[in-house]
Design a protein around this ligand. Structure first.
Ligand SMILES: C[S@@+](CC[C@H](N)C(=O)[O-])C[C@H]1O[C@@H](n2cnc3c(N)ncnc32)[C@H](O)[C@@H]1O
Length: 220
């Protein structure tokens, strides 16, 4: 178990649906971050893939030129999701109350979680479900920066450094039999970290943790 019970707690304990009740038509990270995320998607997503964009909103950060198969969105605000031009369909589900995905085993080629993993209280259950709905060799791409809605992030995230966030997401993935050892993509160097600490940083730090469903994985 990567997380102890107290590490799953939030400062705002109210139902997450209340917090996301009104649409936020904003971008949650800067353009440099989004460009790097789009480049990662361009590298890892194949044309015609079926994609599940978990914890999505009105933007998906997918490359415009990439022709995809079915793109399913998920989040907590239907108004935001309805404005997302890449989604063929979407569903609203509070993953902290119900981590089960309704899709059959091996439905998707790729599952994405962009700048949202910090809000998951039971990430092991979610990544287990992600593994189940991925096709063999399908990819899960989890990206994050250092921004968050502080009161809605879990304690382990609120009190962690960037490096600890990377280790945390890696531990979520390693907790699931059937996901490969994750790789980490980051724009952070010792120099950029130091400049950021001095308040001279150049943009949002970028982290993507990438794993695949191994072909030998058992469902569930
Ligand atoms: C910072 S936004 C990121 C949205 C989008 N992925 C992006 O890159 O702009 C966080 C998203 O996480 C989703 N979210 C937060 N808590 C959630 C929960 N308990 N269950 C499901 N989704 C949740 C919200 O719908 C929200 O859109």
């Amino acid at each position: 178990m990567p997380l102890q019970p107290h590490q799953r707690t939030k400062l705002d304990n109210a139902d997450d649906a209340v917090f996301y009740d009104y649409p936020r038509l904003v971008t949650h990270v800067d353009s440099g971050f989004i460009q790097q995320l789009t480049d990662v998607y361009r590298e890892y997503l194949q044309p015609n893939s079926h994609v599940l964009d978990l914890m999505s909103s009105w933007v998906s950060h997918l490359p415009d030129e990439l022709q995809l198969g079915k793109v399913v969105g998920h989040g907590l605000n239907a108004e935001e999701l309805a404005k997302n031009p890449r989604l063929e369909s979407f569903f609203v589900q509070n993953l902290n109350q119900d981590p089960k995905l309704t899709y059959p085993d091996q439905t998707f080629d790729a599952v994405l979680i962009a700048v949202s993993v910090q809000y998951l209280q039971y990430p092991e259950a979610i990544f287990s479900e992600i593994c189940r709905v991925l096709k063999p060799d399908g990819v899960v791409i989890t990206s994050f920066s250092n921004r968050m809605f502080y009161q809605k992030a879990i304690q382990a995230w609120r009190e962690g450094t960037d490096d600890q966030h990377v280790q945390l997401v890696q531990s979520y993935i390693r907790s699931v039999e059937g996901l490969s050892d994750p790789i980490v993509i980051s724009n952070q160097t010792p120099q950029s970290t130091l400049l950021s600490w001095m308040g001279l940083g150049g943009g949002d730090p970028f982290f993507a943790i990438i794993a695949r469903r191994t072909s030998t994985a058992t469902a569930g």
